[in-house]
Design a protein around this ligand. Structure first.
Ligand code: BTN
Length: 323
């Protein structure tokens, strides 16, 4: 389609002026067809400037999630099968319930109506400025250790967001990214096991990031934040996704090759180390001192004279006395 091909050319030359004549020749269509496709792209929200007698330019800060833009931005390492959905309950659920999806399918949603978090919680994903996506891995799973997948994902999101924003971000065990006491991003990793062999048959890595989010529902105002709110500028989300994924692919390999290195990097950014925390233990709230991260990625907590190991499945932690 002319529109998609045109967007590809504009994306490849972001910030540069492309003469209408060159575009028409490259696409093999009339100038009028180029003009019409430009209008359609503008209607979709792409920031394209038409410069009289010169041509068209896709502005550097233009931020619309599209298959063409994402495919171009993400490059070919690995080559992702990108889908962009206008609205879906949850990109994780979508992947779980779709048959026949290829390895490295990457699904983005402009909006999720039932964004899911850990421990059955919800994740606010109705703001059009957020970045909500899930990656499906179904091949070469033996190169990963699923026990560290959430840790790899959290570290990747933390590092990518710190790099793009310049903010010094922390990780609240096990899967939340925080800035100055407020949540900026969350991760939900889900796997399926082959019943007969007990081996992993799919891994779904779901990531939600408050990127250009301008406001939150009242009940989240004091506990959630966005990169935009903290830095006062907006981000091109496909560039944010690119950075997250490039960290993620490397860190996923580390889950098997060198989990100690992965855990050491994760621990550097772990919140509340050495501090008092509240946690649920056998369904009851307890207090203790967060002592360490174990080699398995669990938390070691000193509480009421004994050392307890907290496993991620059933535990949520908070700072101090906040039951
Ligand atoms: C959490 O807060 O515990 C994790 C939140 C994870 C949210 C992301 S958004 C994309 C993917 N789809 C979902 O439903 N959840 C994850």
């Amino acid at each position: 389609m002319v529109k998609e091909e045109l967007l590809k050319l504009l994306e490849e030359n972001r910030g540069e002026i492309l003469p209408g004549n060159d575009l028409k020749d490259a696409l093999g269509v009339s100038r009028n067809a180029v003009w019409k496709a430009i209008q359609l792209l503008k209607e979709e929200g792409h920031h394209i400037e038409s410069i009289k007698n010169k041509g068209y330019t896709l502005l550097k800060q233009s931020d619309v999630l599209s298959v063409g833009g994402l495919t171009q931005a993400l490059g070919a390492q690995p080559s992702y099968h990108v889908e962009v959905l206008e609205e879906v309950p949850s990109t994780n659920t979508y992947l779980k319930e779709s048959d026949g999806k290829k390895n490295n399918t990457l699904v983005f949603a402009k909006k999720q109506t039932k964004g899911r978090g850990r421990l059955g919680r919800s994740f606010f994903s109705e703001d059009p400025g957020g970045l909500y996506f899930s990656l499906l891995k179904i091949e070469d799973l033996l190169q990963y250790n699923p026990a560290y997948a959430t840790i790899a994902c959290a570290l990747s999101v933390r590092d990518a967001l710190s790099e793009v924003s310049g903010l010094s971000l922390s990780i609240k065990w096990v899967n939340d990214i925080y800035y100055e006491g407020k949540k900026l991003a969350g991760i939900l990793t889900e796997g399926t096991l082959e019943m007969e062999t007990g081996t992993l048959s799919s891994l779904i890595l779901g990531i939600g990031i408050n990127v250009n989010t301008g406001s939150f529902p009242r009940e989240l105002e004091d506990i959630a934040t966005s990169l935009f709110m903290e830095t006062g500028r907006t981000y091109v989300r496909q560039e944010v996704a690119k950075s997250v994924l490039s960290h993620l692919e490397k860190n996923l390999l580390l889950t098997k090759e060198n989990p100690d290195a992965l855990l050491a990097s994760y621990k550097k950014h772990l919140l509340y180390l050495g501090e008092e925390i509240t946690f649920l233990y056998e369904k009851k709230p307890r207090m203790g001192i967060l002592k360490d991260l174990t080699a398995e990625g669990h938390l070691l907590v000193e509480s009421e004279g004994s050392l307890l190991t907290l496993h991620s499945g059933e535990i949520s932690i908070r700072k101090g006395d906040q039951t």
